[in-house]
Design a protein. Structure first.
Lengths: 424, 359, 584
């Protein structure tokens, strides 16, 4: 009798472990925001039930920004724990394609997505990936805090390195966020390597802190802990604003479009459902749920004002944020973005940023502070009518060295300039 | 005037009265023991003398100086040394530092400290163990460290709180004599707390028996043993027989009384007049060694016939439990006596040693 | 009967025994021992081996070597991070000690009203998840948090003060979280001191302060160090708090970032793993060294007094006032956590206002009804982990106290080490070990398994202590009456152990429920637990209200469980001692 009791307990334990298997399943992995995931889940579940008369269980894995998501898929090594890679721009998908982790699929609404826009690819001609929600790389700021701190709104990249913003900017590391990496590339490709790195150093000197990802940046700016956030997907400001945070997007003078795309994973365990989902995603219905998830829909035949008239709340917010009826009608200048180059030097850029800027952040800030201090002394001396030519030349050179990341040498020069002033 | 005066001392712990208005005078150079069962207030009294407790009423006067009523005198300023029940030897200090602690606090010169510590350690027999940690010492040695620490500042008064209770029987006996001779040699006044009557008798000049917060009797060992003032004292000290009955006669002149017990009339000594009031219930007590066994009845007072219930042979002593009526009397007989269980014998209660006490 | 006595050595009442040359174990005990070793081997040693192996891999090749370690120790950045972590450990230890010393003294010695409440509040952070505290402090002490807004409103400051972003904030938040460890260990130290040791010093002429520093404090030192080592090592294991505060130049945070964000850069991952191994080695090494030292210094053997509560003092009016103010201050700081979380939980988007103005139950609707999955996962995973933990803990405790099984001390040793083993190390090692060769990581069972390994000591120590108190003769009597070992365990030992292990059960559950460091590496879609939900909702989304509601729910749950444990376990202190790393 005693023995049978023990067996009973063991059996009960086993029962706890056994999970009921749902019939229909679908798995997503990707960096899309929770709000979009929830919206798509809601829409697709309803669609699935309506069309097939069956429930579908959807799991969504979002381990972090898109590089982290790609990593996760790499780790799964062809035996993915999901079916669709949902989200992220071209670089992520091209990488997955190179690794053989995604397979081509041409969803039904494919033709309604433009092939390219202002020189940038919107979908893969070989059907590996297709954009479902395009956006621009922007920056954001907290209106309320900017006003309280009496800071002007920076409209260009150069504005941002003005010392008045010191301690009021936040961004993440390029390896933690795809958007940040693209921002770094934008700077490097438009300003050239040398100028670009110098610029990034000045920008870093203005940072309050580094965040751990672009969503982290968003929440920091939304809470007002730091008023300006760099490298944000365009719809972030819209989403935050819709939630009542005084956040606004800043479309900088140089930017790119990111074709947030979806792709079918190689070895997807629920391939059939994945294909049904992708077909739906690019349909007008699917696109509506993209919008409801606070992203801009990608189909060319969409009119936000028409949806707004139909009472779609989110369409109004999108109209406000875009200032256009459809994303593709946006009036912006995009830079010429060299995707190949970006892909090639991916790790190198990340590593350089980490080693040269992030890890030397303290030294970087001290050096710039010293240079600025000596510059002030030079100005004062000039005002006092002294000959400051030699010192000025030195301090100029110090700035150049700072831009190259030779912080110690820059500090030395700044001190030499100071000495010259004292002697002179 | 006595060296230490305990005046009307009262100490409460919440609702419990630990020490109940006691008075006690202790002479210079005397060793006095506070004896009593646990919870009788003896340790609290000692701690009041030490200044570790503050009494609710009353005072302690040491060498003419009141300790409480004219401002609290802290323990260290009372000229006392104290040995705690669990030695309270600081485990994180070497023997030397334990003993030297108080001297260092008194800011004595280093040389002087060294000299005095050495001397005291020699006195207690711990020479050469200065650098040991207490954990490396035996219980007896730790005890000696505690003693040395208490003595090293040349106290006027030594307070000992059950210092031997954690030692084994043999060592305990040895230490009793050592402590006594040491204290006497140094001429210190000592207050010793114990629940062990044998210890009290060996070590002290006078014993104060305490019960329920009160001092019930103070006297020499002999007085306490042979002339207990109350039934409690009689019962607590040594082994004794109680005989209850009614007071039949009182002879005030000779200080004698006759107790009517169920097995006969017992003539007793009256020590406290209130003990014997004619017609009242009372109890007499007699020590086993004060009962004589007689083979045959010659007739006469205080001689009774009884039956041997049990026989307990202890080698040097033979105890016979004799049934007299409803009373069982413990009798100390010579070990050679041949009595067996169920034998009939006669016992004689010495009237001068059979004492009537109040119920 | 008499004749059998001599035979009892070889033929016990429990059935047939056979004799190994050295040990007499029943077949069941040998089996048990083997099973336990299999569990330890598979779930502790094997993953650990993988972790260490991985740290020797050379990026881009199939070779192994010490290159990663050389790089680590040559790289000034990692050295800086190492130094930062050390510094943080020292600062946190210094802060907790300075703040905790008076608190422990007041709680141990002063006879004041409300002592139980003060004790409970001071000790509360021990069971609150560290990240919950960090979030609460951002809301309260952030740039536009309650404190700054109030100060600006009152015109005391014009621009917000940076209270928490930086080393100072990290020290502050970690100190508050770790204060209970110091207070507890000092409290144990103070109350375990035989009062006569202090009285003897008083008689010898030592005044209050001198007595405290020459007698009380030195005697409490071994106990203090038992807590201090846990406090000092905390910065070597806590990767989350620095990250939340935007301070990442600390070993565990770097390890986390390197591993979680290594992307195409495998070298970064290996460096992350090296950081994990270095942090783990430091933790274990320090812990063992100190433990050895404490064992040597243990003074309790000397105190022969009966079970004493230690000395207590009735403070004078001034001392009492100071004591109240001091304990009130600490309690207020601790209370900020549940109060702020509560306020956030019942409001939405509480920002730029000192106190919320909009009240709602929405957040709770979300966590209870809309997405109850997280809650269910938390209960399910912690519950299953608890079953593992209790089974394993009781079995090990049995082996330790009732048998002479070879290697049982090693078993105990390994389980104890887990107390200071960084959660990140367990998470990463599980991920590495259970991916390809033994692919358990694809099944959700990996979650409770990891929680079980991580929190094992919390139950094991309680079970061990309970077993030590259980008189073996009670069990022997059962065996003589004819019951087998298993039956004896269920009908005699278990019911008698129940009260003792109950506190262990609750502590284990609380600690498993709030676990994040390990779980965050292993969870997959659908396996998110409440702590992960808090992290994701706050840090990676902007649902502060939902995150706060989850955290608040956890705080309430933990508090209720703690009350139950306190009621059963005989007071808050006994329970906390179970959690706080005191091991007799």
């Amino acid at each position: 009798m005693f023995r049978s009791k023990v067996i009973l307990v063991l059996a009960a334990l086993l029962a706890v472990f056994g999970v009921l298997e749902a019939k229909q399943k679908l798995g997503w992995v990707g960096p899309i925001y929770t709000e979009l995931a929830e919206s798509l889940m809601e829409g697709f579940k309803a669609y699935y039930l309506r069309t097939f008369g069956e429930e579908i269980e959807i799991t969504f894995v979002k381990p972090g920004g898109w590089p982290v998501c790609v990593d996760k898929v790499r780790l799964w090594g062809g035996k993915p724990d999901a079916d669709v890679f949902l989200g992220a721009g071209a670089p992520a998908h091209e990488l997955l394609q190179d690794l053989g982790l995604i397979v081509p699929y041409k969803p039904k609404g494919w033709d309604a997505i433009p092939a390219e826009w202002k020189g940038m690819l919107v979908k893969d001609p070989e059907y590996y990936w297709t954009c479902f929600a395009p956006w621009l790389v922007t920056n954001i700021y907290n209106e309320k805090v900017m006003k309280k701190l009496r800071l002007p709104v920076p409209s260009t990249w150069m504005d941002l390195i003005d010392p008045v913003y010191r301690g009021n900017i936040v961004h993440t590391l390029p390896y933690a966020s795809g958007t940040m990496h693209e921002t770094v590339e934008i700077i490097l490709q438009t300003m050239g390597e040398e100028e670009g790195w110098a610029y990034l150093r000045y920008l870093a000197a203005n940072l309050a802190r580094f965040s751990t990802g672009s969503t982290d940046t968003l929440q920091i700016v939304a809470r007002g802990e730091v008023p300006i956030g760099i490298a944000q997907p365009q719809m972030n400001a819209m989403a935050a604003r819709k939630d009542g945070y005084p956040v606004k997007a800043l479309v900088p003078d140089k930017t790119i479009m990111v074709p947030e795309a979806a792709a079918l994973l190689a070895g997807a365990p629920n391939e059939k459902n994945a294909k049904i989902f992708l077909d739906w995603l690019y349909s007008l219905e699917g696109q509506l749920y993209v919008l409801k998830g606070a992203y801009f829909p990608a189909r060319t035949d969409i009119s936000l004002s028409a949806w707004a008239d139909e009472g779609v709340e989110m369409a109004k917010h999108a109209l406000g944020a875009l200032g256009a009826d459809n994303f593709w009608q946006l009036e912006v200048e995009l830079i010429e973005y060299d995707l190949e180059l970006a892909k090639q030097r991916w790790d190198e850029v990340n590593r350089t940023y980490e080693l040269e800027i992030y890890r030397k952040w303290g030294e970087l800030k001290n050096t710039l502070a010293l240079i600025e201090e000596v510059e002030g002394e030079v100005e004062a001396a000039r005002a006092a009518g002294k000959d400051v030519a030699a010192a000025e030349a030195k301090i100029k050179e110090a700035r150049t060295l700072f831009g190259r990341g030779e912080y110690a040498a820059a500090r030395l020069l700044a001190l030499e300039a100071r000495n010259l002033l004292v002697k002179g | 005037m006595s060296f230490i005066q305990i005046q009307n001392l009262l100490k409460r712990f919440g609702k419990v009265v630990a020490v109940d208005h006691i008075w006690l005078e202790i002479e210079k150079g005397e060793i006095i023991t506070l004896l009593g069962p646990s919870g009788c207030g003896k340790t609290t009294t000692l701690r009041c003398i030490a200044g570790l407790e503050r009494p609710d009423e009353g005072d302690v006067v040491i060498d003419g100086r009141p300790m409480f009523s004219k401002g609290f005198v802290p323990p260290a300023k009372r000229g006392i040394g104290m040995v705690f029940q669990n030695y309270a030897v600081w485990p994180h200090m070497r023997v030397f530092d334990n003993v030297a602690y108080g001297l260092k606090l008194a800011r004595l010169p280093k040389k002087e400290i060294r000299k005095r510590v050495q001397k005291t350690l020699e006195l207690v027999g711990l020479k050469g163990l200065e650098n040991r940690y207490p954990t490396q010492l035996s219980g007896g040695q730790q005890q000696r460290v505690a003693l040395a620490r208490a003595l090293t500042r040349n106290p006027k008064v030594l307070l000992l709180d059950e210092p031997l209770s954690n030692l084994d029987a043999k060592l305990r006996e040895k230490m009793r004599f050592e402590i006594k001779s040491l204290v006497k040699r140094m001429g210190i006044t000592a207050v010793y707390v114990t629940h062990d009557q044998a210890e009290a008798m060996v070590i002290s000049d006078r014993v104060a028996v305490m019960n329920q917060g009160k001092i019930v009797q103070v006297g020499s060992a002999e007085e306490i043993y042979h002339r207990p003032a109350t039934k409690f004292v009689a019962d607590f000290i040594g082994v004794t027989n109680f005989i209850s009955g009614r007071v039949a006669e009182v002879d005030a002149d000779r200080a004698e009384a006759v107790l009517e017990a169920d097995f006969g009339r017992v003539r007793c000594k009256v020590l406290v007049p209130e003990s014997a009031i004619q017609g009242r219930q009372a109890t007499a007590f007699v020590r086993p060694e004060d009962v004589e066994v007689r083979e045959r009845s010659a007739g006469g007072e205080n001689l009774f016939r009884g039956t041997v219930l049990h026989r307990v042979y202890l080698g040097n002593i033979l105890y016979l439990f004799v049934k007299l009526g409803d009373t069982s009397l413990r009798v100390q007989a010579r070990a050679t006596m041949p009595y067996r269980e169920d034998d009939e014998i006669h016992v004689y209660l010495d009237p001068y040693r059979t004492i009537i006490i109040q119920d | 009967m008499v004749n059998r006595v001599t035979a009892a050595g070889t033929e016990g009442a429990g059935g047939v025994r056979f004799r190994l040359p050295l040990y007499d174990l029943s077949r069941g005990e040998i089996l048990l021992s083997l099973i336990l070793w299999a569990v330890v081997g598979l779930f502790i040693l094997y993953p650990l081996f993988f972790l260490i192996l991985e740290s020797f891999k050379i990026a881009g090749t199939d070779r192994f070597g010490i290159q990663n370690y050389l790089d680590f120790f040559r790289d000034s950045y990692y050295l800086k991070a190492f130094g930062n972590t050390m510094l943080l450990g020292i600062l946190v230890l210094a802060t907790t000690t300075l703040v905790g010393l008076p608190a422990a003294y007041i709680l141990a010695r002063y006879r004041i009203r409300g002592k139980t409440v003060f004790t409970a509040l001071t000790l509360l952070p021990i069971v609150l998840p560290a990240y919950a505290g960090a979030f609460a402090f951002i809301v309260f002490f952030g740039k536009w948090g309650t404190m700054n807004l109030l100060l600006m409103e009152w015109g005391i400051i014009d621009e917000p003060i940076n209270f928490i972003y930086g080393l100072q904030g990290l020290v502050f938040i970690q100190s508050l979280h770790l204060l209970p460890f110091i207070v507890l260990s000092l409290l144990a130290g103070f109350t375990n001191i035989d009062p006569s040791l202090e009285e003897a010093a008083e008689v010898e002429g030592a005044g209050g302060i001198r007595r405290f520093f020459t007698i009380t404090l030195p005697l409490a030192t071994p106990s203090y160090f038992a807590g201090a080592v846990l406090v000092f090592l905390w910065p070597f294991t806590d990767w989350l708090t620095p990250i939340i505060l935007g301070q990442v130049d600390y070993l565990p945070s770097i390890a986390y970032i390197n591993i979680a964000y290594h992307f195409t850069d495998v070298y970064r991952k290996y460096m992350g793993i090296v950081s994990v191994v270095v942090a783990a080695v430091i933790c274990v090494g320090m812990f063992l060294t100190l433990r050895r030292w404490i064992e040597r210094k243990k003074y309790t053997a000397l105190s022969k007094g009966t079970a004493l509560e230690g000395r207590t003092i009735t403070p004078g009016p001034l001392a009492r006032l100071i004591a109240y103010l001091y304990m009130g201050f600490i309690s207020a700081l601790v209370l900020i956590i549940p109060v702020v979380l509560g306020l956030s939980a019942f409001s939405r988007r509480w920002v730029f206002e000192p106190f919320p103005t909009y009240w709602t139950l929405e957040n709770f609707e979300v966590i209870f009804f809309e997405t109850p999955q997280l809650l269910m996962n938390s209960f399910r995973f912690s519950g299953i982990a608890l079953i593992f933990g209790v089974t394993f803990g009781l079995a090990v405790a049995y082996l330790l106290t009732r048998t002479r099984a070879p290697g049982k001390n090693a078993l105990d040793f390994i389980s104890t080490i887990l107390l200071v083993f960084p959660g990140i190390a367990i998470g990463v090692s599980f991920l590495l070990a259970f991916w390809k060769t033994i692919p358990i990581a694809t099944h959700w069972i990996i979650m409770p398994l990891a929680l079980f390994v991580r929190r094992t000591p919390y139950f094991l120590r309680m079970a061990h202590a309970s077993y030590l108190q259980l008189d073996p003769s009670l069990e022997e009597a059962s065996e003589i009456s004819g019951a087998g070992k298993l039956r004896t365990f269920f009908s005699i030992s278990l019911p008698l152990l129940l009260k003792g292990i109950f506190v262990g059960v609750i502590m284990f559950f609380i600690m498993a429920f709030q676990e994040i460091s390990t779980a965050v590496f292993l969870y997959r879609g659908g396996w998110e637990t409440l702590p992960i939900g808090i992290y994701l909702n706050w840090h990676r989304g902007m649902e502060f209200g939902i995150a706060a509601a989850m955290a608040f729910f956890m705080v309430v749950l933990v508090f209720v469980l703690l009350l139950i444990a306190a009621r059963i376990g005989g007071g808050i202190l006994n329970v906390a001692w179970g959690a706080g790393g005191r091991r007799e």
